[in-house]
Design a protein around this ligand. Structure first.
Ligand code: NCD
Length: 328
């Protein structure tokens, strides 16, 4: 499968998601031995990547950097535009076009919605159009997080019929959480889904995203009652308040946000097969006392992020055909 850029969740279809799932499993099999890891490291040793992250990041940055190293890709980094020529007044377009002169792929995180699409379109018009990977673009999209979330859901449910037909509870700041928007975009490709959206009135999910889910056949329920949503959940996806996008102190004005916290006492109410996810970083919305429960999958989700990004890079840079897929 040829992919040119990874910009948003809308560019994926079910076949693409299933392929990425198997490709990631094929790659993880190689992680089991030194020979396998040496094989991976030789796959893209002739390529270079730019990680341009001008918004804070721990997991996405480190997992992309690690994914590049696993594949032998050399990385260059910019994490603060104050240290590049943007400080001297260079436009972001010129800066990114400059990176494209030196590397074979650009992974970018930016506070500006839609910027990745714009840069990808601009580079496509140049003689050296390198792929762009959106690693988070303001409050709008975070497609690689959604892909690793789908991988985590798929792995967790592989013995109980896969993702189709499951009930997913999403909790928190659903309005500004880009992981939620992107994940909902991908969940549209699964059959018989129930999506339970639990948030304060002020932070409800964009009606357009809800409409897209409904058009796909999903049952969507909106509420502010976490307790009631827990019993039938197959997955609980927690998120933090995205207060970096406050314009007029919206987050400070929230009353009783503790209602949207998942506590250890809730564990008795959820199914044995239910999984708990969080894109991280977490704050108080996810009690650390839950970490030792086998249903807590967020640490595994983090590591799945690295393997999913290895798979994406092989696909983007045309090396995926050298990975043997596991028997289906
Ligand atoms: C998320 C993000 O940056 O959108 N984090 C991540 O990439 N794992 C979630 C968040 O910051 O709340």
């Amino acid at each position: 499968m040829k992919v040119n850029h990874i910009l948003n969740s809308a560019q994926f279809d079910r076949a693409g998601l299933d392929y990425l799932y198997h490709l990631t499993n094929g790659i993880r099999r190689l992680d089991k031995s030194k020979e396998g890891l040496d094989y991976l490291r030789r796959l893209l040793g002739h390529k270079r990547a730019m990680l341009y992250f001008t918004q804070p990041s721990t997991r996405t940055f480190l997992s992309f950097d690690s994914a590049c190293h696993i594949l032998g890709i050399c990385t260059s980094h910019i994490r603060d535009p104050q240290t590049s020529s943007e400080r001297k007044g260079e436009s972001i377009e010129d800066s990114l076009r400059t990176f494209s002169s030196y590397v074979d792929v650009i992974v970018m995180r930016t506070p500006v919605s839609g910027l990745c699409e714009k840069i990808a379109a601009l580079l496509d018009e140049t003689p050296r159009p390198v792929p762009i990977i959106n690693a988070g673009s303001g409050p709008d999209e975070h497609p690689t997080q959604a892909l690793l979330d789908i991988y985590t859901l798929g792995r967790s449910f592989h013995k109980i019929g896969g993702i189709d037909g499951k009930s997913i509870v999403m909790v928190g700041d659903l309005k500004r959480g880009r992981t939620i928007r992107s994940l909902c975009g991908l969940l549209c490709h699964y059959q018989g889904m129930t999506i339970n959206l639990v948030s304060p009135e002020e932070f409800r999910l964009d009606p357009l995203v809800i409409q897209k889910l409904r058009n796909s056949g999903a049952k969507v329920v909106e509420s502010d009652d976490l307790q009631a949503a827990l019993k039938d959940a197959d997955a609980i996806y927690m998120t933090r308040v995205q207060d970096e996008y406050d314009i007029a102190g919206e987050s400070r004005l929230l009353k009783n946000y503790q209602r949207f916290h998942l506590r250890k006492s809730h564990l008795a109410e959820i199914k044995d097969t239910c999984i708990i996810m969080h894109p991280f970083p977490r704050r108080d919305e996810l009690d650390i006392a839950i970490d030792t429960d086998p249903r807590a999958k967020y640490w595994r989700q983090e590591r799945n992020g690295m393997w999913t990004r290895v798979a994406l890079l092989t696909q983007l840079l045309g090396a995926d055909q050298h990975i043997m897929l596991p028997e289906l």
